[in-house]
Design a protein around this ligand. Structure first.
Ligand code: KG4
Ligand code: ZN
Length: 335
């Protein structure tokens, strides 16, 4: 089954074509990062407009990359939510119109379900059950994937998402958007134990997260140093912030692995690109004989391959229904 999928939930306009869920025939991603950088973060209205400008071109490029025509496509898929409503609407309405014109089924997909399945195309041995640590700019959750259509949220953030904390701390340090990759790079030259930031674990055995405290901790540290006229070592600050965040992510993931009795862990979402998080999770999994999976960098951040993969398994479980013209985007959407 060939699926053409569209993802426009934030600032990437992406169109992919996969075969039987796991074979990537095309993966077109247009990133708007350079445009939003000027404003220090994603501007929703500008994101929508740029999706609109790019979407047709990305569909054509994906078909060309896959050496396909519309007639070869069995079904379309699209991100229904969560995300920026205007941005989602561009992809969703484009997909609905295309499905209507071509008389093909359209599979709506939850963005986080996409991230959860993002490691599948590159790891053919990976199948449920597995545990997922979703670490992105909008979400931080620990989710058990019992089966392709049975996802159980064990914990999620009560305030900021981890990527959001990275981006906010980076902005405070005067680094450009997106802050995650900048802090990751800077931290490689700093000492992770130079400054102690409080780790927030919440209640005993809770799988929920809270990252707003560490964000304030960094701000307070900067203000105090400035008041005392002390020079701030930005690399040490970045490394110490990162170490605190990674400690909590790793500890909670290991606890969830232990409690669920699962053996496979999937790290996904934009922050899965973080070198320290990968390194620390790899070591902890190795120690406990767990298998760790994560996608290549291109499939960590938002992309339509993961949407096509999730759509394929949804169709396998629920069958293909006709294009629903009443389908709408939702900025908030339960998994
Ligand atoms: O999954 P994603 O592309 O978008 C959302 O669905 O949110 O994630 C984007 C987030 C941003 O906050 C970005 O700063 C973060 O992922 N990110 C990183 C790294 N690369 C991207 N955070 C830490 N280290 C990185 N190397
Ligand atoms: Zn995402």
């Amino acid at each position: 089954m060939k699926i053409l999928a569209i993802e426009t939930s934030c600032d990437e306009t992406s169109v992919a074509i996969t075969e039987n869920g796991r074979t990537i025939l095309a993966n077109q991603i247009y990133s708007q990062i350079d445009i939003h950088k000027l404003y220090g973060g994603v501007v929703p209205e500008i994101a929508s407009r740029n999706h609109l400008l790019k979407i047709s071109q990305m569909v054509d490029s994906a078909l060309a990359e896959a050496n396909c025509q519309f007639a070869d496509i069995d079904a379309l898929a699209v991100t229904k939510g969560p995300g920026l409503i205007g941005a989602l609407l561009v992809g969703l309405n484009y997909a609905k119109s295309l499905a209507y014109a071509l008389d093909k089924p359209l599979i709506p997909v939850h963005h986080i379900a996409g991230h959860i399945f993002s490691a599948l195309p590159e790891h053919l041995d990976l199948k449920p059950p597995f545990l997922t640590l979703v670490a992105s700019g909008g979400h931080t959750s620990i989710i058990a994937c019992h089966d392709y259509d049975t996802l159980e949220i064990l914990g999620e953030t009560r305030d900021d998402a981890v990527g959001e904390a990275y981006d906010k701390v980076a902005r405070t340090l005067g680094l450009s958007y997106p802050g995650g990759p900048m802090i990751d790079k800077l931290a490689q030259t700093g000492k992770g134990d130079a400054i102690h930031f409080k780790r927030t674990y919440l209640e005993k055995d809770s799988f929920d997260f809270s990252f707003s405290g560490i964000k304030s901790g960094v701000l307070n540290y900067i203000n105090n140093s400035q008041q005392k006229n002390e020079e701030i070592n930005i690399a040490d600050l970045a490394a110490s912030f990162q170490e605190a965040v990674v400690d909590v992510l790793v500890d909670k993931s290991m606890l969830a692995m232990e409690k669920t009795g699962l053996n496979d862990l999937v790290l996904c979402g934009g922050v899965a690109a973080n070198s320290r998080l990968r390194e620390r999770l790899k070591a902890s999994c190795q120690e406990r004989a767990y298998k760790l999976y994560y996608p290549t960098l291109k499939l960590c951040t938002d992309n339509a391959v993961m949407i096509a993969c999730a759509a394929y398994y949804k169709a396998q479980k629920q069958g293909l229904s006709k294009n629903d013209l009443a389908l709408n985007a939702q900025n908030n959407l339960d998994l």
